[in-house]
Design a protein around this ligand. Structure first.
Ligand SMILES: [Zn+2]
Ligand SMILES: [Zn+2]
Length: 233
C-alpha cells in the first residue's frame, strides 16, 4: 500500500519521459513507442558471434567463425552498433546515466529468455584501474535485470582482469587476440555449468572470446554471450 502510494507520488513528480526524444511516455517506460520502433535491431546474424551475415536467419556461421571458432557457443545482440544505440551506450559509460542500464538491461533480459537454461551470469569485468576511474562497471549494471529476470545468480567475484588492456577500439582487427592473451582469470570451479557473459558492445568478439576461454578453462561446459550492440566488423 505504502509502496503504491510512493510510486504514484514519484510518477506525478517525475513523469516518465522518453530518454531519446523527451516525449511524455507511459509510466515505467523510458522509451516511447516511436523511438523503440526506430532502433537498429540486429538481424541476419551469425549464429555464433552475431556478426551480420547477409541472408542468415540466425542459422548460418560467418567466415570468421568457420575459420577460427570462438570459445563461446552463441551470441545474442539486441542492436547493431549504430545511432542512436551508440549514443545510449556512450551516455551510460561516460556520462554515468545509469537509467540507460535499466532500460537496455530489461531488453537484454527479454532476449536472455531465448537462451538455454544457465547456472551463472558474469559481466565482463573491468580492470581495477578502469573501475576506479569510472566508478561502476556498465556490464554489471546491464546484467542485473538479466539475472533478476532469469532468477540466475549474477557472479561479480569469480572473474577478474589480470591487467589493463589497450582499448579495443584503438587496435587493428588482428591485434586484440594477442593483446587479450591471458587477460582474464577465473577463481572458481565451474564444472558442467552454462555461463552467460553480459557486455555492452561486441566489437571484434575477442574480449568475449578471451573470457569464454578462461571460463572453459575453469570447467564451464557452455558459454553464451549477451550484448546490447554488435559492431559490423
Ligand atoms: Zn522517443
Ligand atoms: Zn560468426
Amino acid at each position: 500500500m505504502v509502496n503504491k502510494w510512493l510510486s504514484t507520488i514519484r510518477a506525478s513528480l517525475y513523469p516518465a519521459t522518453c530518454v531519446l526524444c523527451g516525449a511524455r511516455g507511459e509510466a515505467g517506460r523510458d522509451l516511447c513507442a516511436g523511438c523503440c520502433e526506430d532502433l537498429p535491431r540486429a538481424r541476419h546474424c551469425c549464429r555464433c558471434c552475431s556478426r551480420p551475415v547477409p541472408g542468415s536467419g540466425g542459422e548460418l556461421l560467418c567466415a570468421a567463425c568457420l575459420r577460427d571458432p570462438p570459445d563461446f557457443e552463441r551470441t545474442r545482440a539486441l542492436y547493431g552498433y549504430a545511432p542512436p544505440v551508440d549514443h545510449m551506450i556512450h551516455q551510460l559509460k561516460y556520462a554515468g546515466r545509469l537509467p540507460m542500464a535499466r532500460l537496455l538491461g530489461l531488453q537484454l533480459a527479454a532476449l536472455a529468455a531465448e537462451l538455454p537454461a544457465a547456472e551463472r551470469i558474469v559481466a565482463v569485468p573491468l580492470h581495477a584501474s578502469r573501475l576506479r576511474e569510472r566508478g561502476f562497471n556498465q556490464a554489471i549494471e546491464l546484467a542485473r535485470p538479466v539475472a533478476r529476470a532469469l532468477a540466475v545468480p549474477l557472479d561479480t567475484r569469480s572473474c577478474y582482469r589480470t591487467r589493463a588492456t589497450t582499448a579495443q577500439a584503438a587496435l587493428s582487427r588482428a591485434a586484440p587476440r594477442v593483446n587479450l592473451q591471458g587477460a582474464f582469470c577465473v577463481r572458481r570451479d565451474l564444472s558442467a555449468q552454462h555461463v552467460v557473459i553480459v557486455d555492452d558492445v561486441m566489437t571484434t568478439g575477442s574480449t568475449a572470446g578471451a573470457l569464454a576461454r578462461a571460463l572453459k578453462a575453469a570447467g564451464a561446459a557452455e558459454v553464451s554471450v549477451l550484448v546490447v550492440a554488435r559492431a559490423a566488423i
